[in-house]
Design a protein around this ligand. Structure first.
Ligand SMILES: Cc1cc2nc3c(=O)[nH]c(=O)nc-3n(C[C@H](O)[C@H](O)[C@H](O)COP(=O)(O)OP(=O)(O)OC[C@H]3O[C@@H](n4cnc5c(N)ncnc54)[C@H](O)[C@@H]3O)c2cc1C
Length: 334
């Protein structure tokens, strides 16, 4: 493999039924300084059905250009079709770096593609940079239960691949006037090459929880005490137009579905305002909220570690503090 043949940074923009997931645009913003540092192009790759508008959006969010593969076989994600298309694109254009959002589909697609290309992939990254000495991408991800951060490089193979968690980076500004070339590639996948068939899409209640894109999150921990008592948090969330999240202890207790879990083995979130209520602040929880602008902690234990990361702290019993806050916000709204 001649490494010099590989150029440019690619960001895969995931879509669902033609709609982009935010993580692709977040990655464009994160990759922009890297592309500048390398003096290379930042290219968005969109595979889907009717996705030309998404490619245009990617350019407005900062990509220099875009490559699209548009066809009915890409309306819904399937491993076979998407892996075939992405591998074919990489073999044709030889990007130096390929970033994919660490969504359910991204976590499926990334390893499949890297394996076929016989290159390395760093999964679930939370930071990316260019290594000054070697010029390789330095992919950083939590390891050993979140107690250590590992920085991984792929010096001998190309492309350098990584999946990056949603909501770790913010989207950049949308510049409507920005233009860039959109290259259309024809890659057809025959029906018998796709080994899975989508029979029905069932919208779980849990699926409608969009923690990663929520602006305000009211999150509860074991200290909330019971499933029923989560109503206190729901009342506060309703007044604020917020989404309810929780710690893993709450999911383990069966009080909330996993879709609400924030943290290392749950969602990484980046709201403007994050309430941590009856949450101790274990490292695995805090790993998921580093992108929050403002953290408000409510805990009866003044020594709870959550206060170390909180911008505002209320030491008190949540059964008294939370209803008081709800009433105060209600009164302010009225
Ligand atoms: C590999 C791995 C991955 C993990 N991933 C995650 C993850 O993604 N997300 C996550 O959250 N955890 C995760 N954990 C678990 C994590 O280590 C903690 O066990 C968990 O976060 C604790 O949840 P908690 O803060 O709700 O509960 P506790 O640690 O039990 O804290 C409860 C808090 O509530 C307070 N409290 C109690 N009653 C009241 C009251 N009436 N009023 C006010 N405060 C009160 C207590 O003072 C205490 O601080 C992971 C662990 C491992 C090993």
């Amino acid at each position: 493999m001649n490494l010099a043949d590989y150029k440019n940074i690619w960001v895969f923009i995931e879509t669902e039924c033609g709609k982009p997931k935010n993580v692709g645009f977040e990655l464009i913003n994160a990759a922009k300084p890297l592309a500048q540092e390398k003096g290379c192009e930042l290219i968005a790759v969109v595979i889907g059905k009717d996705i030309e508008g998404v490619a245009k959006d990617a350019i407005c969010y900062g990509a220099d250009s875009a490559i699209i593969v548009d066809g009915p076989e890409y309306e819904y994600y399937t491993t076979d079709a998407f892996a075939k298309a992405l591998v074919a694109l990489v073999e044709k254009y030889k990007p130096e770096t390929l970033m994919i959002g660490a969504t359910n589909n991204g976590r499926d697609l990334g390893p499949r593609v890297s394996c076929r290309l016989k290159t390395g992939l760093t999964a679930d990254c939370t930071a990316i940079a260019i290594d000054e000495e070697t010029g390789n991408v330095a992919w950083t991800r939590p390891t050993f239960g979140g107690n250590l951060m590992a920085t991984i490089m792929c010096p001998e193979n190309r492309p350098q691949m990584g999946t990056v968690r949603p909501a770790v980076f913010k989207k950049g500004d949308y510049d409507e006037a920005k233009t860039g070339e959109i290259v259309k590639e024809e890659i057809t996948v025959a029906a018998d090459e796709i080994r899975t068939t989508l029979i029905e899409r069932v919208k779980e209640v849990a699926e409608s929880i969009n923690l990663e894109e929520a602006e305000i999150i009211v999150s509860g921990g074991r200290g909330v005490g019971s499933q029923e008592n989560f109503q206190l948090l729901q009342d506060l969330a309703d007044v604020l137009g917020a989404t309810v999240g929780c710690s893993r202890a709450v999911v383990d207790a069966g009080w909330m579905p996993h879709a609400h879990q924030v943290g290392q083995s749950g969602k990484t979130v980046a709201p403007k305002l994050y309430f941590a209520i009856g949450i101790s602040g274990a490292i695995q929880h805090v790993a998921g909220i580093s992108g929050a602008d403002t953290i408000v902690a409510i805990n009866k234990d003044p020594d709870a570690p959550i206060f170390d990361v909180a911008d505002y702290g209320i030491v008190g019993n949540l059964n008294e503090v939370v209803p008081a806050l709800t009433e105060a916000f209600k009164a302010q709204k009225a």
